[in-house]
Design a protein around this ligand. Structure first.
Ligand code: MLT
Length: 231
């Protein structure tokens, strides 16, 4: 599903949903849990995040790629590698990524995908008997390139084991086939890549497209993302 706006077209109750927001929400979530953060509570609004902050949670809020005023953490993956965050719970809201998560709650499972944990996600999906929906967070209801490329990369790995059921999946795979030999160059014209460059965040872009930095898979348990404990 290339944008949460189309999520209503899909039955979620019999699927695993992989939420992806490469730049940068799900890359941050994966990095955070890989570096010892205990839980991340994804919320859709600044107000919800502020309420959790008032309860004592560490707060992370991004809007339009910038840290929202009055909150502690931004949406750079490098901010989630800090030692003092180990064992902590973070309340997080981002422009698109956390909204996509909150819209996926009917799914059998909601897991977090990024290039940083791509193979761990692929191997997990391969081991499960359920249908899968890769939910691209996009940008404010619109399709974006980088999330679509991740979806295509996962399809490329699983295409012989899963039935491709719609053209969105087919399209993502085709686009990935054109881009996979030079992802950074292929993404250069992405609107969000250009937005992040304007904010001097090229380092974040380069980190978020690294493959398999981590093995951790964040999974939604109740209202929080935790590191999946593998059988
Ligand atoms: C998003 O929610 O789309 C991203 O987190 C935005 C960003 O981090 O720049």
């Amino acid at each position: 599903c290339l944008t949460p706006e189309l999520l209503h077209l899909y039955e979620l109750t019999d699927r695993i949903v992989v939420v992806v927001d490469i730049l940068r929400a799900t890359s941050c979530m994966t990095t955070a849990l890989a570096h010892g953060v205990e839980k991340i509570i994804p919320v859709a609004t600044l107000e919800e995040c502020r309420a959790l902050q008032a309860q004592g949670y560490i707060s992370a809020a991004e809007r339009d790629a910038k840290k929202a005023d009055g909150f502690e953490l931004d949406n750079s993956p490098f901010s989630y590698m800090q030692e003092h965050l180990k064992g902590k719970t973070i309340a997080m809201t981002t422009t698109n990524g956390t909204l996509a998560i909150t819209r996926s709650r009917e799914a059998i499972q909601v897991i977090i995908g990024s290039f940083l944990n791509k193979t761990a996600v692929v191997e997990y999906l391969r081991s499960q008997p359920h249908d899968v929906l890769i939910l691209c967070a996009g940008w404010k209801g619109r399709v974006n390139l980088e999330d679509t490329l991740f979806a295509g990369a996962v399809v490329d790995e699983l295409k012989d084991e899963f039935l491709i059921e719609d053209d969105a999946t087919l399209g993502a795979h085709t686009i990935y086939g054109c881009a996979k030999y030079n992802m950074l160059k292929s993404m250069a014209s992405s609107s969000h890549v250009k937005r992040l460059h304007r904010l001097n965040l090229a380092r974040d872009i380069e980190f978020c497209i690294r493959e398999d930095e981590y093995q951790v898979i964040p999974i939604l348990q109740g209202n929080a993302l935790v590191a999946m404990v593998k059988a």
